[in-house]
Design a protein around this ligand. Structure first.
Ligand code: KG4
Length: 340
């Protein structure tokens, strides 16, 4: 009999449910929350309310598209954390309720592990190409910037991470500062394609090891723009493509420098990326270019798996399920990775 897993993801501002059968994706439904656009960032209170509205229809849709009844599930995998507590509570509570209702085991999943294993979701009629263990994953999103060594589906080690803001926040802040909209990453990415990436220079942070820091970079962009605007009030409008291209190049240089160092020091040549920022066109091209130069095998996630989605939670949950792990009904969500 097939192992059928329902995945539930609600860590931030996407409500998602997916069904996989023996590792093959049958459905992956995502309801994104437009309500945050007006505020230029995710408002936790609004995110939890939207999850409450979305969770039942999203799970029903995922089961219907998969052609699976809740009573046929082998396990329900849910994101326990890290993320926004109010958001996580919705997915966790729903997963518990459904597990009682259909008498089915619960499996907890670390959201980050979902991103690390996104490449292991099999799809009908799509070649199954995934990194071989051990591999390095540059995990970059609105909440994380990490270099992770992955030794098996259940064993991973964070080699380095941001000591302050995530790189996605730097993209979002850049866009907000320039009045371009939210989320900023895709907008900066699009404008950068028409700009000169070497025109403006920003200071690089000096952080030891494989760690990152992005908060000073946001501030240096703020001062740079302020000084330029004092001399020319139309500076932003006249130069937005070059500013986006230069700022994006700067962020990607920082990300890649540490990834290259980690690959060199560990001797690992299987390299992948994940998280919302891994949709960035320059980062994707750069990973492949560095891979060619350095003899790495590189893996790019499909766009639908870069952002938060429940298929990656279901596949991570599947491996935990196979290993015999089960969560108890008293499990509580954990906002911080350290509490998982
Ligand atoms: O993983 P994700 O969907 O969720 C959070 O961690 O919140 O990542 C969202 C982040 C946002 O900061 C967004 O601006 C960024 O991913 N992002 C991008 C691109 N697409 C999304 N950043 C750079 N280039 C992109 N094309």
């Amino acid at each position: 009999m097939a192992d059928i897993i329902l995945g539930i993801e609600s860590s931030c501002d996407d409500t998602s449910a997916a069904v996989i059968s023996d590792g093959v994706m049958l459905s992956n439904v995502i309801a994104s929350q437009d309500v945050h656009k007006a505020y230029g960032g995710v408002i936790p209170e609004l995110a939890s309310r939207a999850h409450q509205l979305n969770i039942v229809p999203v799970v029903s849709e995922a089961l219907a598209r998969a052609g699976v009844k809740a009573s046929e599930l082998s396990a329900i995998a849910f994101t326990r954390g890290p993320g926004l507590l109010g958001s996580l509570l919705v997915g966790t509570s729903f997963a518990k309720a459904l597990s009682v209702a259909v008498d089915c085991p619960l499996v907890e999943v670390n959201h980050l592990q979902g991103h690390l294993l996104a490449g292991f979701v099999q799809q009908k009629d799509v070649p199954f190409v995934h990194p071989k263990f051990p591999y390095l994953c540059l995990l970059v999103s609105g909440g994380n910037s990490q270099i992770v060594r992955v030794d098996s589906p259940l064993k991973f080690e964070i080699l380095g991470q941001t000591i302050d803001d995530a790189v996605g926040e730097a993209f979002d802040k850049c866009s907000k500062m320039m009045g371009l909209g939210y989320p900023g990453g895709p907008i900066v990415d699009r404008l950068a394609k028409q700009g000169n990436p070497t025109r403006f220079k920003f200071a690089k942070p000096h952080i030891p090891g494989y760690d990152y820091s992005f908060s000073g970079i946001k501030t240096s962009l703020l001062y740079f723009v302020r000084d330029q605007l004092a001399e020319n009030p139309s500076f932003m409008e006249e130069n937005k493509e070059d500013i986006c291209a230069s700022f994006q190049r700067h962020l990607i240089d920082i990300l890649m420098d540490k990834l290259i160092k980690a690959a060199r020091d560990t001797g690992i040549s299987e390299v992948t990326i994940g998280g919302g920022v891994s949709a960035n066109s320059e980062l994707r091209a750069r990973l492949q270019e560095e891979g060619r130069k350095r003899g790495w095998n590189t893996y790019l996630p499909e766009f639908k798996f870069t952002t938060d989605n429940a298929a990656m939670i279901a596949i991570a949950g599947y491996y935990h399920y196979l290993a015999g792990e089960r969560a108890s009904l008293s499990v509580a969500p954990a906002a911080r990775a350290a509490d998982l």
